[in-house]
Design a protein around this ligand. Structure first.
Ligand SMILES: [Zn+2]
Length: 122
């Protein structure tokens, strides 16, 4: 405290402590709670940037989780483990035979269209 007021008096004219005239870009404060050591890591992100869901804990290096209000967000890890591709999901909805049929349909449509375009171009 003593240091601070001393510095304030000495450098008052240069006004290092004043934010007057300084334009700050808008920022939001994001807090990450570490499940390992309970340390909270606070970070500032530009207001229009989306804060990542996790951040490395500054205390122990574990993965800290973004807090929303007083609760950490829920990260669905089951999704990451299974890591279904679009192809997997497609196969769940359609059999391979159906897909081949669709592909064949699509291909003949494209061939037809290409044929038409050629005629138009010529
Ligand atoms: Zn930690």
């Amino acid at each position: 405290m003593a240091d601070r007021s001393l510095r304030g008096m000495r450098l008052g004219a240069q006004s290092l402590q004043s934010e007057e005239g300084v334009v700050f870009s808008e920022r939001t404060r994001s807090v990450y709670l570490c499940p390992e050591c309970n340390y909270e890591t606070a970070l500032m992100f530009a207001a229009d940037a989306e804060a990542p869901e996790t951040w490395e804990c500054r205390h122990c290096g574990h993965e800290a989780v973004l807090m929303v209000g007083s609760e950490p967000i829920v990260i669905d890890k089951s999704d990451q483990k299974q890591a279904r591709t679009h192809w997997d999901m497609l196969l769940e909805r359609r059999s391979r035979e159906e897909l081949e049929e669709l592909l064949e349909e699509r291909l003949s449509f494209l061939r037809e269209r290409r044929g038409l375009n050629k005629k138009v171009g010529a």
